[in-house]
Design a protein around this ligand. Structure first.
Ligand code: SF4
Length: 437
């Protein structure tokens, strides 16, 4: 049995041990074991995996590679795919879509999380040579849903400096299209998918509204990977032909749900067929998680982004209390252990908070910090997304550009993320409201 088999509750003595559990999330080997347990040949497990992860089937009765009698038997045993479903879709004029994803089998608490689809990305992976290599399209690759705070759900430059209420008065007032059944067109050449690893978050970053939810629960591997497959299905993505990037930067801290996060990565690589070089995981700096991550094999390890957000421990501890447990030096030391692929870079995500982290001296200190690490690295800059009840301000576009210029002049590659999907009220504050709805 594989590591994913832990997802199945074995009920010894019964012919169908997984009758009440979703099958989605189990790898081919685990599925084969289940089928063998009910007296079927193991190859049926591969067929089932192929149907769920490649053909994106959500109903076993449509699995025509299985004889009708077997399909009926599985239905009698209450076997079901149980893939997470898109409960609501909010469509932006710029093509970005935000989804409320519903999970089967979870109780009333933590039943939903959010995922985002960004056609053409947001420029966040500019300068990432490893991905450009993989793409064969240097300089053009753009990706990335950042951490919650850096999410593409940000305001357009002209709206910066306003509070969220000024530009997004209330979620129900959104002009977004909520009709889940409407298939969007395929007018995109590449896309980025941003998914959640937990419902809520325990890290308590002061600039992030998701933090106000607290941690409701960890998502399982199937629930994490299922968000991706649901979006691939919705957009009819042809893996191997379409350029798709995946970022683990939605709700939650992936490294505080490490086992399920990595089980989802294995599933996405081995069963779904995504490349780990097209995936990026962002952490707030959970040092034990980074140390474990460093031991993962290259063929299963996504790229790493550190949500830094401050140039020194004093400021970072104020905006990210987790820094008191794992200060910057300990994070950098752990990151050094991650064996990078040729030309791969570590990304430092940096949210600019007006007057707090966006001043020229902060830029100089950040540049010195990044240079001191000696790591192949780049910095992604994100003007803070305003949120109700949070007192920070958003820096002006000029301030952001000057900050970037200071970094670049100091020899530190720095990129500014572009806002996406603002008309669907997709800033961090809306994410929390949606999940609570
Ligand atoms: S780790 Fe991410 S989701 Fe959690 S509180 Fe911090 S910014 Fe928000």
């Amino acid at each position: 049995m594989t590591e994913n088999s832990q997802l199945v509750r074995l009920d010894s003595g019964e012919p169908s041990p997984a009758t009440r559990e979703p099958l989605f999330g189990l790898d081919a080997e685990s599925l084969a074991s289940l089928l063998v347990e009910i007296g079927e040949p193991a190859f049926r497990g591969r067929q089932l995996a192929e149907a769920m992860y490649h053909q994106r089937l959500t109903d076993i009765s449509a699995l025509t590679t299985f004889p009708l009698a077997l399909r009926r038997r599985l239905a009698d045993l209450d076997w079901r795919v149980g893939r997470p479903a898109i409960a609501k879709a909010f469509q932006s004029a710029d093509g970005t879509e935000r989804y409320l994803i519903e999970f089967e089998g979870s109780g009333p608490k933590g039943k939903t999380a959010e995922a985002v689809w960004m056609p053409e990305g947001d420029g966040g992976e500019a300068g990432d040579s490893a991905t450009e290599d993989a793409e064969g399209d240097p300089g053009k690759q753009a990706v990335g849903c950042p951490t919650q705070a850096e999410c593409p759900r940000s305001l357009a430059p002209g709206d910066r400096g306003k509070h969220e209420e000024d530009v997004a008065p209330s979620f129900p007032a959104a002009s977004a299209d909520e009709r889940v059944g409407d298939r969007p067109n395929r007018a995109w050449s590449r896309a980025t998918v941003c998914i959640s690893s937990q419902v809520g978050c325990a890290v308590n970053c002061q600039f992030c509204l998701t933090a106000k939810l607290g941690l409701q629960r960890n998502l399982t591997a199937g629930e994490i990977a299922g968000q991706v497959v649901a979006l691939l299905d919705r957009h009819a993505v042809r893996l191997g032909r379409d350029r798709l990037n995946l970022v683990f930067m939605g709700m939650g801290e992936p490294f505080l749900n490490y086992d399920n996060f990595m089980a989802a990565v294995r599933l996405l690589v081995r069963e779904v067929g995504l490349s780990p070089q097209r995936m990026t995981v962002s952490t707030s700096g959970i040092v034990p998680g980074i140390e474990r991550f460093a031991l993962e094999p290259a063929d299963l390890r996504p790229k790493l982004a550190i949500s830094l957000n401050a140039p020194n421990d004093r400021i970072r501890a104020a905006v990210m209390p987790i820094n008191r447990k794992w200060p910057i030096a300990s994070i950098i030391e752990a990151v050094r252990r991650v064996p990078l692929r040729p030309r791969e870079r570590i990304t430092f995500e940096y949210v600019l908070l007006g007057g707090v982290t966006d001043q020229p001296e902060h830029a100089r200190e950040l540049a010195a910090l990044v240079r001191r690490t000696g790591l192949p690295a780049k910095v992604n800059l994100i003007a803070w997304n305003p949120g109700p009840g949070i007192q920070y301000t958003t820096p002006s576009p000029v301030t952001v550009e000057q900050f970037q210029r200071t970094l670049v002049d100091a020899g530190v590659p720095a990129y500014i993320r572009q806002p996406r999907g603002r008309d669907i009220f997709a800033a961090c504050g809306q994410l929390k409201r949606t999940v609570e709805a």
